[in-house]
Design a protein around this ligand. Structure first.
Ligand code: AMP
Length: 541
């Protein structure tokens, strides 16, 4: 027997329609690229998104066309996303932190038909304008008064929307049609295109909503510091309007002072960003002696959240830290580290042990860990394995058929991460499969060593890579940046780590550097670091 329920397609425009109808006055506040703080509402954003759709249709764009954005988090960027989806098109975020040639490569691979950009990135577009033949128009997200002269004939957002009135009916497409695109950061090889559907985005927003997840509600105010170009905005651009959550968009201001200003003036209740952003905020708070009275919760992910960060935010500032793991390929939520009730009475240090893990999967994410022969491994909190996932918001392939080897016939996607899972379902990433250090046939987790070393009071950052070793195959080298004015010795640092890890995990050497290379999404770039230390000989070799 079939169920007798309506087949109501899960289309992204329904989210914005709902927001405008039920939470129409709810605000979207933006630190505009031109400078001033501007205030809009879900009702206005929907109206402008309809105008974007109308203008795109006027210019001949239609179903399945890729609409590229190279832009900060602003209300206008939201309008373009929803306008693009509204014609049955596909928003395609570009990461401005990539090299211009990489950006051009991605635009050409996706064959974007139009590009929306911010004033900040006009020079990047100028550098690639003659190398992206599929792009028929460039729109700068500003008004006529602020519009610069460009050699590539860009128009302002104001001019682009001129003559539209929002009298447009969203184009109806199948819920499995593409709605968004984001390329992986491509730390190895070329970036690969992830293609979200309307259905996956709607379901993912529902997965992001519960309190144990990101936690959206009409009485919350979210500051999405994570850029919309990083892994589908961590779902916030859909989940906030779905729940009528007030949005505060930081524009280009991600430094400690700018973030603090918005946190306090807009009384932000929760926020999401990579660890580096929180590092900047903590430094600012320490320097100024300021406090965080309104902030209840921060979601930290993208790379491992260091223990001291959780300890400081929770212990000193009373802000709950929600450690999260995810991937562009997972829309991106994979797991979140809310504390289960059985742990709430534990002393702080034991709670921190749990919060160092990346947390448990929300409904909609299935996980398993396997050995190299694809045998499933137990959830005992110790046995490492390749982390594989599946679910309605997990990629089933890459655009153009790239990377087929990461997907198997049972629908499991090999994340490329190495992890263990404990009996309570808390997963802990121990490495990228390419970064794990193979010493004498056993695996050493580079991330665990990095977290431990980074807790040393005289260090800013730590990275661990495997260096070739004649006897053990590989041994760990610890690369560190000391804090300004501090010069800890190698013995100091190794002494600090001694007793906290197995003896054979201890790095064979410590290298002091001024800088550790990072990817465009803030992760330590191990490939570059390995190149830098390619000729390094360990004292034990
Ligand atoms: P991206 O698609 O750029 O967000 O990168 C996804 C990758 O970032 C994952 O496969 C992990 O290797 C890494 N990652 C994300 N969140 C975390 C986390 N909380 N801890 C450790 N690694 C993480």
């Amino acid at each position: 027997m079939q169920g007798l329920m309506q087949d109501w397609p899960l289309l992204c425009h329904t989210i914005l329609d709902h927001a405008a109808r039920v939470h129409g006055e709810q605000e979207i506040v933006t630190r505009s690229i031109e400078g001033p703080i501007t205030r809009s509402t879900f009702r206005t954003v929907r109206h402008n998104a309809l105008r974007v759709a109308q203008a795109l249709a006027r210019d001949g764009h239609s179903v399945s066309d890729r609409v590229a954005t190279l832009a900060w988090n602003t209300d206008k960027h939201m309008e373009v996303w929803y306008g693009a989806m509204g014609i049955g098109g596909i928003y395609h975020t570009l990461n401005p932190r990539l090299f211009p040639e990489q950006i051009a490569w991605i635009i050409n691979h996706a064959e974007d038909s139009i590009l929306f950009t911010d004033l900040t990135f006009v020079p990047i577009v100028a550098a690639i304008a003659d190398k992206i033949p599929s792009v028929r128009k460039v729109v700068v997200l500003t008004d006529e008064a602020n519009m610069p002269q460009t050699e590539f004939g860009a128009v302002s957002y104001e001019a682009f929307l001129d003559g539209t009135d929002g009298d447009y009916v969203w184009t109806k497409v199948d819920e499995n049609s593409a709605s968004g695109m984001c390329y992986t950061s491509g730390t190895t090889g070329n970036p690969k295109g992830v293609v979200y559907s309307h259905r996956s985005n709607v379901l993912h927003s529902m997965m992001a909503t519960p309190l144990d997840s990101l936690g959206f509600a009409a009485n919350e105010t979210v500051l999405p510091i994570v850029p919309m170009f990083h892994a589908n905005a961590w779902g916030i651009a859909h989940a906030a309007p779905m729940n009528g959550t007030k949005m505060v968009m930081p524009g280009a201001g991600m430094d400690g002072e700018s973030v603090f200003e918005l946190l306090s003036t807009e009384k932000i209740t929760f926020s999401a960003a990579v660890p580096t952003v929180w590092l900047g905020l903590l430094q600012y708070l320490e320097e100024t002696g300021k406090d965080l009275p309104d902030l209840k919760r921060v979601v930290i992910g993208g790379s491992a959240c260091p223990r001291f960060m959780t300890e400081t935010l929770e212990g000193k500032y009373g802000v709950e830290v929600r450690h999260a793991w995810g991937m562009t390929e997972m829309s991106p939520l994979g797991s979140l580290g809310a504390l289960k009730p059985k742990y709430s009475g534990l002393p702080m240090s034991e709670q921190l042990d749990i919060k160092e893990k990346q947390g448990f999967a929300p409904y909609g994410v299935e996980m398993k860990i396997t050995d190299d022969e694809d045998n499933e491994q137990p959830w005992d909190g110790e046995t490492f394995g390749r982390l594989k996932v599946r679910g309605p918001a997990v990629a089933s392939g890459y655009y153009g058929g790239d990377g087929v080897e990461q997907f198997d016939e049972d629908g499991w996607f090999d994340t490329g991460d190495v992890a263990h899972i404990d009996p309570q379902g808390y997963m802990q990433i121990t490495d990228r499969s390419k970064d794990v250090i193979k010493s004498g046939g056993e695996w050493i987790s580079s991330i665990e060593l990095e977290n431990l070393a980074a807790a040393h009071p005289d260090l800013v950052e730590a990275a661990v890579i495997g260096i070739a070793h004649p006897k053990w195959d590989e041994r760990p080298l610890l690369v560190v940046i000391p804090k300004e004015g501090k010069s800890p010795s190698k013995e100091d640092i190794l002494g600090f780590m001694d007793g906290k890890i197995a003896k054979w995990w201890m790095p064979d050497d410590v290298a002091f550097v001024e800088e550790i290379p990072h990817t465009a999404t803030g992760k330590i770039q191990k490939t570059t670091l390995r190149e830098q230390f390619a000729d390094y000989t360990l004292p034990t070799a």
